[in-house]
Design a protein around this ligand. Structure first.
Ligand code: ADP
Ligand code: ZN
Length: 605
């Protein structure tokens, strides 16, 4: 989001202002007010008034060299006059029956004393109101606590406020093609009405986080030049109980007034989860979802309001949401491939100063598996590095280092790794690479470093991009498992002992082996029967078993046998190539970094 927020000021700031206001009030305004309440007259007038009995009280201020006096009781008006040496004054006052003692005249000015009390209170109340309003805004309660409780705080981005166009979204050509129909419709709904075609009311953008779903939705609004309402699913249910439904109602009311327009609901799974009817379910969420369904059914399909929603767990959505007439179109937004990554890098590099000889293709290859958001982050990190080093533009080296920073964390400059540990890490990493290289006869890695990272990784291996391929043979998966076990195998071969460093490898190898058996039908006994289903495709790929306990035990045994076989294979490869293993590990230990080319040169020597 590109909303500009004014920086938050600490509470102390406000209190200081109040304090200063109070001081100014007390020392400047109060005396000024009281001075101007008092009318100045000359001494003769004073004497006249005393004689006529128009004076009710007198205060002689010898220090200030003046006399304050009050007119008759009714008006209560205060006067002042300069002090003149007048021996008769006291007797005159006595004769007129004017009191010269007691009350201090100045203090009796009602207005001044009331103001003195009220003003600070008013200031405090006003400040309190202001603060609580700020709080409410932040929490999403609308403008004023009492009256706008159920207003949605969908933000309106009118027209080109954001100015995001399809050209800002790199890659994702299929998604853009799909959505350009919507843009065309918003430009000229009549064309579609004439022929009787109706647009889908809702379109679901599904894909992993950071792939540009929000951007695409904004780009649709930007291209069609229509208002963009956006709200996150969790915002509907976060704040007040019972408010979710009315927020939905309000959002759609606003949208219909502004049609044609785009309504974007981010993280729709927060409200659209399957209603499972369990006891103690989330009533609030269900009401909100019901309201959303009602609203979607309520408007006829050609009224120009298009709802886009994003999620990275489409399988968890309630079927009622995805049935025809609601979110019936689904646009996949996948992680970018090599070409997509290169384009995304270029789009973001336009925003920074960058040297001309940067090879974006190489960076894209190195950053395999990165999402659009990560790539944007890599470019920004490179610019930051350039500033840190006092350069005026970012270079290839900056970009390469930032990939590692974004993916593996910063280098730990003074990490304490003992000499022995460093040896082990070097052998471990070379073990992976050597097993991989011997199986495929090609360079398996771009680069290995054994500088510890803040993410906790002791070393970092940058794999070679495997190119776009969509199928994997059984042998390839087996080789991959062998490669995962290669790190641990190298420790065994070289040191005869094992460490905790292989825990992530073990996890990955097990996952692959399990998938071979339960999902890919690559075991002898189970033929083509699915033992497991993937429940969470875009977020880590969780699975759930669907077989008897007996079969489960059998699967476990097979997984173990499979991994063990590959582990043994890795140990054999490394034992057979013990000399190369030592040589490569020594190189890595000394240099701390080895590139793919250096690796292959030593291996093929
Ligand atoms: P999502 O909504 O899918 O989680 P966003 O749309 O919020 O992802 O993307 C986050 C950021 O990542 C964007 O602001 C943009 O800088 C960058 N980004 C992601 N995908 C792309 C892309 N295809 N082209 C350009 N930038 C992208
Ligand atoms: Zn490892």
């Amino acid at each position: 989001m590109n909303e500009v927020k004014s920086p938050k000021k600490p509470l102390v700031y406000y209190y200081t202002i109040v304090l200063i206001l109070l001081l100014v009030f007390n020392f400047v305004a109060m005396p000024w007010i009281s001075e101007h309440q008092i009318k100045e007259v000359d001494y003769n007038t004073f004497i006249d008034m005393v004689d006529k009995g128009e004076v009710s009280a007198v205060e002689i201020q010898e220090q200030n060299n003046r006399i304050l006096f009050k007119g008759d009781e009714k008006s209560g008006k205060i006067y002042k006059t300069a002090m003149v040496s007048d021996d008769d004054l006291v007797s005159r006052l006595l004769k007129a029956g004017v009191s010269t003692t007691g009350e201090e005249i100045e203090q009796t000015s009602a207005l001044v004393s009331i103001l003195g009390w009220l003003l600070p209170i008013i200031i405090f109340v006003a400040l309190g109101q202001y603060m609580s309003r700020k709080m409410m805004d932040k929490m999403g309660g609308g403008n004023s606590m009492m009256f706008n409780m159920g207003r949605s705080n969908a933000r309106i981005y009118v027209k080109s406020a954001e100015g995001i166009k399809f050209s800002d979204v790199a890659g994702e050509d299929e998604a853009k093609e799909n959505l350009s129909e919507i843009v065309d419709y918003l430009h000229d709904p009549g064309k579609y009405k004439e022929i009787g075609a109706s647009m889908p009311k809702g379109i679901l953008l599904v894909g992993p986080p950071g792939t540009g779903k929000t951007m695409l939705a904004k780009a649709v609004a930007g291209e069609a030049d229509v208002p963009f309402f956006s709200m996150s699913g969790s915002e509907f249910v976060e704040m007040f109980v019972g408010m979710g439904a009315s927020k939905v109602r309000d959002l759609f009311k606003q949208a219909k007034e502004k049609a044609p327009c785009i309504v974007f609901i981010d993280e729709i799974d927060a409200i659209g989860k399957k209603r499972d009817g369990q006891l103690g379910g989330n009533d609030e969420r269900e009401q909100t979802l019901n309201q959303l369904l009602t609203e979607m059914d309520g408007f006829e399909s050609n009224n120009g309001v298009i709802i886009l929603a994003a999620t990275n767990r489409p399988e968890s959505l309630d079927p009622a949401l995805t049935r025809p007439g609601r979110f019936d179109r689904r646009v996949p937004v996948e992680l970018p491939d090599l070409k997509g990554r290169e384009e995304i890098l270029k789009v973001h590099a336009r925003k920074i100063k960058i040297s001309e000889d940067v090879d974006f293709g190489k960076i894209a290859r190195m950053a395999s598996g990165a999402s659009g958001a990560e790539l944007a982050n890599i470019v920004n990190e490179a610019a930051l590095r350039a500033v840190r080093d006092g350069r005026r533009f970012a270079t290839q080296a900056d970009l390469e280092e930032s990939i590692e920073v974004v993916i593996a964390g910063y280098e730990k400059k003074n990490a304490i790794m003992t000499d022995h540990e460093k040896h082990i890490v070097a052998y471990h990493e070379i073990g992976h690479a050597l097993v991989a290289a011997k199986q495929t006869n090609s360079a398996p890695v771009q680069k290995i470093t054994i500088v510890p990272r803040t993410s906790g990784a002791l070393g970092y291996t940058m794999q070679v991009e495997e190119g776009n391929h969509y199928l994997m043979s059984k042998e390839e998966i087996e080789n991959k498992i062998a490669t995962f076990t290669g790190g641990r195998a190298a420790e065994e071969v070289a040191f005869g002992s094992v460490t905790t460093g292989a825990s992530n490898d073990i996890e990955q190898a097990t996952k692959l082996a399990r998938a071979m058996i339960t999902r890919y039908g690559m075991s002898e006994d189970f033929d083509m029967v699915a033992m497991e289903t993937v429940t969470n495709q875009y977020l880590g790929g969780d699975t759930s078993l669907a077989c008897s306990a007996e079969t489960q035990a059998q699967i476990d045994r097979q997984v173990i046998a499979l991994v063990k076989k590959q582990h043994d294979k890795a140990v054999k490869i490394l034992t057979d190539n013990r000399k190369k293993l030592d040589e490569l590990a020594k190189f890595l230990y000394e240099k701390e970094t080895i590139t793919g080319e250096e690796f292959m040169k030593i291996l093929n020597k």
